[in-house]
Design a protein around this ligand. Structure first.
Ligand code: AMP
Length: 200
């Protein structure tokens, strides 16, 4: 099963992707995770992207991310399926993905977009922050209104057009991300079932 997972930061893509990985035995390809690893290991790519990644919502250059995905997706463990989480985030990335997949002779089973209400997400973030402070836990550095707004703004500018790129395809489906985590999972399962998404 080959899936692209779209949706704004904090919408719960990571949680749902992890469930799909466990259920279908596919590989989660999170570009954010791959880039963080590169930074931690201090690779050439890591050194190039570190500064951009430190800005809230700043996007790493298309060429770098496209190369990372192109290399990773060719690895044998992706043959039985993958879920792309956090990629594509721009139109050039979406076009490059089409090229990469067609070279591999692979088609996407589903393009899922997690749709959330921005105001409600902001409230969720405030609640999480308040609870963390009350419990004496450390507060995530990206859990503040300013950072959240910046990330959302960048998301709107750069990534919303990606939905438009996929929108007309039969395999593009929206998922209501404001439901409970389990209900979101159930809706995704149902979509994959109706699309007849292959498990191989
Ligand atoms: P994420 O974990 O998906 O929120 O990604 C963390 C950071 O990695 C983002 O804020 C970007 O700086 C960078 N990043 C991840 N995926 C991409 C992508 N597809 N294109 C550009 N930058 C990305």
């Amino acid at each position: 099963m080959k899936i692209v997972f779209l949706g704004p930061p904090g919408a719960g893509k990571g949680t749902q992707a992890a469930r799909l990985v466990a259920k279908y035995g596919i590989v989660q390809l999170s570009t954010g995770e791959m880039l963080r690893e590169a930074v931690n290991f201090g690779t050439d790519v890591g050194l190039q992207v570190k500064a951009v990644m430190e800005q809230s919502g700043g996007l790493v250059g298309d060429d770098i991310v496209i190369n990372i995905v192109a290399d990773r997706i060719k690895k044998p463990d992706c043959a039985s399926g993958f879920i792309l989480d956090g990629f594509p985030r721009t139109i050039p990335q979406a076009k490059a993905l089409d090229r990469i997949l067609s070279e591999l002779g692979v088609e996407l089973d589903a393009i899922l977009e997690l749709v959330v209400d921005e105001e409600a997400m902001m409230q969720r973030m405030h609640k999480r922050r308040k609870e963390a402070i009350e419990a004496g836990r450390s507060v995530r550095s990206d859990d503040n209104a300013e950072t959240f707004k910046e990330r959302m703004q960048k998301y709107r500018n750069e990534t919303v057009p990606v939905s438009g790129y996929y929108e007309k395809r039969d395999r593009y489906k929206t998922v209501d991300g404001m439901q409970s985590i389990d209900d979101v999972t159930a809706q995704i399962d149902e979509i994959l079932r109706t699309l007849g998404a292959s498990t191989g």
